[in-house]
Write a protein that binds this ligand. Sequence first.
Ligand SMILES: Cc1cc2nc3c(=O)[nH]c(=O)nc-3n(C[C@H](O)[C@H](O)[C@H](O)COP(=O)(O)O)c2cc1C
Ligand SMILES: [Fe+2]
Ligand SMILES: [Fe+2]
Length: 385
Amino acid sequence: MASEQIRYIGVNDHEIDLFEGQYDVPSGMSYNSWVILDGKVCVMDTVDRSFAQPYLKNLEAALAGRRPDYLVVSHVEPDHASSVQAFLDAYPEVTLVGNAKTFQLLENYFVLGETRRLVVKEGDTLPLGEHTLRFTLAPMVHWPEVMMSYEEREKILFSADAFGQFGALDDMPDWDDDEARRYYLNIVGKYGPQVQAVLKKAAALDIAAIHPLHGPVLQADAMAHALAKYQIWSTYAVEDEGVLIAYASLHGNTAAAAEKLADLLDEAGCPDVVLADLARVDMAEALACAFRFGKVVLCASTYNAGLMPFMEDFLHHLKAKNWQKRTVGLVENGSWAPMAAKTMRELLAGMKEITVLEPAVTIKGAPKTTDLPALQALRDAVMAE
Ligand SMILES: Cc1cc2nc3c(=O)[nH]c(=O)nc-3n(C[C@H](O)[C@H](O)[C@H](O)COP(=O)(O)O)c2cc1C
Ligand SMILES: [Fe+2]
Ligand SMILES: [Fe+2]
């Protein structure tokens, strides 16, 4: 996790129920922070304020009697910066290091008053002795003020939220594709072009390790793997061959049609079929799966002349994360005036480069043997794409 001079002082959060007030984190969350002990002592970010005390203890232990000269604030979001006040109370003489936006945003949360500041720009360096930090801005890789720091001696990229993952380090010590994907696509999925800009800058650096603000440090093969995944995710490319069948069903009939379609796809040799009951699965997981595959079939009951709300919600989430470049099949259900396919089409029309497979399948009530040819035709269309 660290070297002799760059020590880990972060914390694991197992008390959290929802990260960012919305994402399930069954394995908890880590808030990472490091201290660089050199001629100057520099701390890289703080942690969520619920953990300010254990964090300051970790720092004090690593300092062994020294005091920090700098606190670099890579990201002002409260999961990292809400202990800045506690830090300043303990070490009021420290110099905060950030870009102009960092200080603008920090002052939305704290009264900085006379606090010492060092305002840095793209490419500026901060010599610490043997170690030197070089700053690079990463706007919207998660917030507008985000910046990364590259430490030239140990070739470490402190990457802020990028390359992070859900899960506390004592529970998930290694990079996990599923949790990293769910984290990335839900948290920064919307900002693919901005992540691309960062990847281009990173490609010009000789990086030995990536230190993200959440999740494990990445080195060697794990780092190459994560970089390859970020290349796919940030360009909205298809990650794996397979089909997500996402359904929202009031009384189980649409669910039965979705299951039938899954069987048909399996029998036809589809490499991977994932069924997601949108009322019951984690919406963030279903969303990540929709990005993972190139093809998605949406199956929904008509509800009060519109769409079963869980499907509507799912489509709003996809739109909010800039979901694009995908092929979509539609299955609707309705007893008297089916409207689900029309409503889904309207919501999909607001997204980029979505191909809707025609025709949509309409089922009235329970799926019957007479519905089979339409489901088979949809299966064939999905397989042909
Ligand atoms: C609260 C409620 C509202 C509904 N609204 C409509 C509607 O506006 N138009 C329609 O054709 N069917 C409507 N239906 C009928 C369902 O779409 C129909 O029963 C369908 O087969 C449900 O499939 P499911 O068992 O997967 O929920 C409604 C059903 C319920 C329970
Ligand atoms: Fe963030
Ligand atoms: Fe974060």
